[in-house]
Unconditional design. Structure first.
Length: 316
């Protein structure tokens, strides 16, 4: 392969907010030239079903970086044109599409920032699964992109301890910054020629499947700890869901009431005097702190109860 040039040409691939710190750090490096950003196409979102740009598309446009939104990476003429250049790094962060060998083999280094301590939690939703499982530690891995999902050799990894009330939002933000810093270090090492990689042990791999609507639904017939973890894993987005008075609502913050008398699983106690909603589980009851109506904003439960029709101390 040709010798690495003084200023590295970078092709970036990312979609979600998680990828923003990495893109920003790359843009600010004087030895880097981000020549284009791959991202997933605009999608309909919200009640009005308006087209919504990905966070990476917005960031790339603001920095006057060329944006590509292919649905098929093997059939994108713009991408084929870019790959004729001497691309030194393809950086992949929360992109959402598999990178085919036809692209991997045309760059010097194809590197992925993955939000787990590989080989633990390979797949689309590592942060949510780490919280749901009750992991004490989470982290990031900087790895080579290969044909097999999240299975490439690892340049480096780093971990942080989860806080007691860690949510998807808080943990994602921490890991996004950690990942951007570790990638920055890795790229500097590569350009100096002082890097090493370590193969993953496939026998130790666990998998974080893409989150479905069914995954987000709360089953009140299981234990309170598992329910509370699920709600934190989907806070602030996409939100854990349940039914209340024939409405599909989202729960964003709850508390396990370990000293309260038990309620039957799935029964709701509306306590307007004390501004509380308590729900029974298979173990301890859970009190709701933050809640969201369909199409509405997240609100404190006391504000939710001001417009709630049911009588005080009613059970649902």
């Amino acid at each position: 392969m040709p010798k690495v040039s003084t200023k590295s040409k970078i092709l970036f691939a990312g979609t979600s907010d998680f990828a923003i710190p990495t893109l920003e750090k790359l843009i600010n490096r004087p030895d880097i030239n981000v020549i284009a950003a791959l991202t997933q196409p605009d999608r309909q979102a919200g009640r009005g079903r308006k087209l919504k740009l990905s966070p990476i598309k917005k960031a790339a446009i603001s920095h006057k970086i060329r944006v590509l939104e292919p649905t098929n990476l093997n059939r994108c003429e713009e991408l084929t044109e870019i790959l004729r250049e001497d691309i030194e790094f393809l950086i992949v962060v929360s992109y959402g599409l598999m990178i085919p060998p036809s692209i991997i083999n045309k760059v010097h280094f194809a590197i992925n920032v993955h939000a787990s301590l590989l080989p633990n939690w390979r797949g689309a939703s590592p942060i949510q699964h780490a919280i749901m499982k009750g992991d004490r530690y989470a982290g990031v891995s900087i790895m080579k992109v290969t044909e097999k999902l999240d299975s490439g050799p690892v340049f480096c990894s780093d971990s942080i301890r989860l806080e007691e009330n860690e949510t998807y939002g808080s943990l994602s933000g921490k890991l996004a910054l950690l990942g951007s810093n570790k990638l920055n270090e890795t790229m500097s090492d590569i350009r100096k020629g002082v890097f090493e990689t370590k193969s993953q042990d496939d026998n130790l791999a666990t998998y974080a499947a893409k989150i479905t609507k069914e995954d987000r639904e709360i089953n009140w017939n299981i234990d309170a700890v598992t329910i509370e973890r699920k709600i934190r894993a989907f806070n602030p987005t996409p939100g854990a869901t349940t039914q209340l008075n024939n409405q599909r609502i989202k729960l964003h913050e709850v508390k396990i009431e370990r000293n309260m008398a038990p309620l039957s699983s799935g029964s709701w106690l509306i306590d307007k005097n004390n501004k509380q909603i308590i729900v029974g589980t298979a173990t301890e009851p859970i009190s709701i702190s933050k809640i969201q109506r369909p199409g509405g904003k997240v609100m404190e439960v006391k504000d939710f109860l001001n417009g709630f029709a049911n009588k005080n101390n009613s059970k649902i």
